[in-house]
Design a binder for this molecule. Structure first.
Ligand code: PA5
Length: 446
């Protein structure tokens, strides 16, 4: 399903480096698998694909089917790990531009996202959809108190209630939150909303294969059983001690060799625009997991060939601080050939009859060679196909790699203390009760 190629990375490190890394890597794997490391109460995702309750999967599928019946537009309210996984999978697998023209096509509503920013302008645009279309909404927040989704949900709920009545709104709102704590749980119980639980032992950015990701993905018409099956196959494939042949361990090794050699940035590169949000999910996963205690690779992303016409110059010729991890799709099922033209004014007839997948692949290989020549190490992750199973595998691959890599760098890969700092300042500057002293201190600095 997934293969890692280090052919274009190897020239940038020495042959013996694996031997020097292996013991440390083994220890990091052991720490994760034996649950003895920092944050070990948040490693429930490790066996989640193989242990997920089939009754839960059925419940998610049935709920998704009823929501699809009711909704032309399905609004996903959440931020960070509470929405990025779903958006990554939906954007990767759904037909591009599918909602243009028809809001609901073949029984699948258009999926829109809210609660991941504080722009009133954007929120109003989502609200206006409620005037024009039938909507359902899934609010997702483990804590139930995150400001961005809480504000969006407060307004969207009021608008849905205005349209359908308080009683009529109940079948249109689904809550995904903590099993017992938080404002959303209380509201779900009071109103009788259908609800799902974010498991205690799984943090937001590792939660794509829980109801957090699975419900919106199922509403979008994607087969969640296949997604889970792919992740389960990856769970089995990478659970072994033979790290020299284990692609997940090899990926951790390669990125950490480059980190220690002074490369600051790992760029995740795709050649399919639908993978843009997979990169956003990946950046959150690695950024929140590893960027702490003054350490960690900076996770960046680029969409090629689009960004070859902007950031490509920097990659080729700027400061030598980055390496690339390129996602390649081996088999593109879409056939789009380039037509022949009699006049050949644009000089493209040399490509006539060739498929765009061929051109895209040649562009990828050409770019890789140029970047390697420019001093940019290249890792390649080759997925067999862009489908639910392969994507499930890839998601699990990255989550496991992230857990191991965090331990290798002596950080807790499952907390995010740095995220709290902006929140505290924001609460203080907004005048939230309890933050008076900090408000005075911050205002004195303005
Ligand atoms: O990965 C994480 O834990 C975070 O990105 C959270 O998902 C994000 O902050 C949203 O939190 P919550 O689900 O509590 O609203």
């Amino acid at each position: 399903m997934l293969r890692l190629s280090l052919d274009k990375a190897r020239p940038f490190y020495r042959d013996g480096e694996w031997t020097l890394f292996e013991d440390q890597l083994k220890l990091a794997v052991k720490t994760l698998d034996e649950g003895t490391g920092a944050g070990n109460d948040f490693i429930g995702w490790r066996h989640q694909p193989s242990t997920i309750d089939s009754a839960l999967v059925k419940d998610i599928e049935q709920t998704a089917a009823s929501l699809r019946e009711l909704a032309d537009v399905f609004i996903v309210v959440g931020i960070g790990g509470s929405y990025l996984g779903a958006r990554a999978v939906i954007d990767a697998l759904n037909e591009p531009l599918r909602s243009l023209g028809e809001v609901k096509r073949e029984g699948i509503p258009t999926i829109v996202y809210a609660g991941h920013h504080l722009s009133g302008r954007e929120l109003l645009a989502v609200e206006s959809l409620i005037d024009r279309y039938d909507v359902c909404l899934n609010v997702i927040s483990k804590s139930g108190t995150t400001t961005e989704p809480a504000i969006a949900f407060r307004r969207l709920k009021a608008k849905i209630e205005e349209k359908y009545g308080v009683e009529g709104s109940v079948e249109r709102i689904v809550v995904t939150t903590d099993k017992a704590r938080g404002a959303l749980r209380t509201l779900a119980t009071e109103r009788g909303y259908k609800s799902f639980v974010v498991p205690d032992d799984i943090g937001g950015r590792y939660s794509v294969l829980t109801a957090v990701g699975l419900l919106p993905i199922a509403v979008a018409g994607i087969d969640i059983n296949k997604l889970i099956a792919g992740a389960k196959a990856a769970e089995e494939a990478y659970q072994n001690d033979d790290l020299a042949t284990n692609d997940c361990a090899q990926y951790v090794f390669a990125r950490n060799v480059f980190l220690r050699r002074g490369y600051d940035i790992e760029v995740l590169v795709n050649y399919e625009p639908g993978l843009h949000y997979l990169s956003e999910w990946w950046k959150q996963l690695f950024g929140e997991s590893e960027g702490k205690n003054g350490r960690g690779l900076y996770p960046a992303s680029m969409d090629f060939t689009t960004d070859l016409h902007s950031l490509g110059q920097y990659v080729q010729d700027g400061r030598r601080i980055l390496f690339e991890t390129v996602i390649a799709i081996a088999e593109d099922e879409v056939e789009v050939s380039i037509p022949e033209e009699e006049t050949d004014l644009d000089g493209l007839n040399y490509l006539a009859g060739k498929d765009m997948a061929f051109v895209n692949e040649r562009a990828m290989t050409a770019t890789q060679l140029a970047h390697v020549d420019g001093g940019v190490p290249n890792l390649r992750l080759i997925l067999d196909r862009l489908d639910a199973e392969n994507l499930g595998w890839l998601l699990y691959f990255f989550m496991r790699a992230c857990g191991i890599s965090g331990y290798l760098n002596a950080v807790n890969p499952f907390d995010q203390p740095g995220v709290e700092d902006y929140k505290k300042n924001m609460f203080a500057l907004l005048g939230k009760p309890g933050f008076e002293d900090l408000k005075a201190e911050l205002e004195a600095r303005l």
